[in-house]
Design a protein around this ligand. Structure first.
Ligand SMILES: Nc1ncnc2c1ncn2[C@@H]1O[C@H](COP(=O)(O)OP(=O)(O)OP(=O)(O)O)[C@@H](O)[C@H]1O
Length: 357
């Protein structure tokens, strides 16, 4: 499947501004992005529930953008399950087959196989209202899979489940997708869910694609300030970068550090903004020095114990920085915030825009 220059609008409001993507057969892609960026709209355009303004959706070499949902070879699983409450498990799973003209015997055989596959053997005659959330979502999955789709679209299917079932379902869905060789596209708000289930992440920002890559690429090498921030590097530190023959000199207020040429060649020059995660920095003595790490003077303003490590809010370089540290320190203590340079994601200040504000 591939999407080319997809534009979608609701009334006069444009929501997708020219999205192009390729989906390798058998791959699992997660669409991630802040609320309202257009993830669900993209998924619904693929499925045919939302019409496209322009662009194409290619499945097996054919443009399906103007075909109705049932002619696209795709099935969708919804957050709300969207099961028929007055119907039994058998009737729900068999619904798509019935619409496609399958006989009663064919439906019964397929549903029994599907229930076996999903660990719900013998549940045929149960009303769906008499099932747990996890079981309902499995029935919804069964209904989607019963029509043998090549492409499975998942619209936040795990959001309504409690944490434990959600973990189990992550593994189940991934295993089913791999076993059946389905091409899956999954919309989620949950970064960890996307990272653990998908081969590839697509990070969307305001109706456009900000980055496409493996979970490692997107997490460790974010292409933009937005992606770095969105993937959890929420600490923001304004920096000045001065390039020289030997490398680069970084300064954050009084604090300075040097980077050798090999590592610094990709750095911007001038005013920049660095992003880093809570678990990257450490608390050191206020007079600590280092050649490899940036040590920014700071003051402990708050402390919490979420478990395992302490989480501190440190006032440093005019910013509030969140840092995890194994040791307990008192509020008001002067510290040196030790930040390894290679763990910083650095972008020109002009690119950081409102995220850095
Ligand atoms: N049926 C609709 N009519 C008009 N505008 C809509 C409709 N559905 C969504 N929108 C708007 O389109 C934009 C994208 O919505 P969409 O649901 O695709 O975002 P999303 O990334 O899935 O968000 P969320 O994570 O909150 O579900 C939003 O601004 C939303 O308000």
């Amino acid at each position: 499947m591939a999407v080319r220059d997809l534009h979608v609008a609701y009334g006069g409001t444009r929501v997708l501004h020219g999205v192009s993507l390729d989906f390798t057969p058998g791959s699992f892609t997660a669409l991630l992005g802040s609320s309202g960026c257009g993830k669900t709209t993209l998924l619904r355009s693929l499925s045919g529930f939302v019409p496209v303004q322009s662009g194409s959706i290619i499945v097996g070499g054919k443009d399906v953008a103007s075909l109705p949902p049932e002619k696209r070879g795709m099935a969708m699983v919804f957050q709300s399950y969207a099961l028929w409450p007055h119907m039994t498990v058998l009737q729900n799973i068999g619904y798509g087959l019935k619409l496609r003209g399958a006989t009663k015997a064919q439906i019964a055989a397929k549903v029994a196989a599907m229930l076996e596959f999903l660990g719900l053997a013998g549940y045929e005659n149960r009303k769906v209202t008499a099932l747990s959330g996890g079981q309902r979502q499995r029935v919804a999955l069964g209904r989607a899979l019963a029509i043998d789709p090549g492409i499975l679209l998942l619209d936040e299917p795990l959001s309504n489940l409690d944490a434990k079932i959600r973990m189990t379902m992550r593994h189940e869905i991934r295993a089913i997708q791999q076993r059946l060789g389905l091409t899956a596209v999954h919309v989620t708000h949950d970064r960890e869910e996307a990272m653990t289930m998908a081969d590839r992440l697509v990070i969307m920002q305001a109706g456009r694609i900000a980055q496409v890559g493996t979970p490692e690429e997107v997490y460790d090498r974010p292409a933009t300030a937005f992606v770095a921030n969105f993937m959890g590097a929420e600490n923001v530190l304004p920096l000045r970068v001065e390039r020289s023959e030997q490398g680069a000199r970084l300064s954050a207020g009084e604090a300075t550090a040097s980077l050798a040429n090999a590592v610094s060649s990709a750095l911007p020059s001038g005013d920049a903004v660095a992003y880093f995660r809570d678990d990257v920095a450490r608390l050191d003595a206020s007079d600590a020095t280092s050649v490899d790490d940036l040590i920014v003077p700071g003051l402990i303003a708050a402390r919490a114990y979420p478990g395992g490590v302490y989480r501190y809010r440190v006032e440093a370089a005019g910013r509030q920085i969140t840092v995890d540290d194994a040791d307990r320190h008192e509020l008001g203590t002067k510290v040196g915030l030790r930040i390894p340079l290679q763990r910083l994601h650095i972008f020109p200040a002009s690119e950081a825009g409102s995220i850095a504000a």
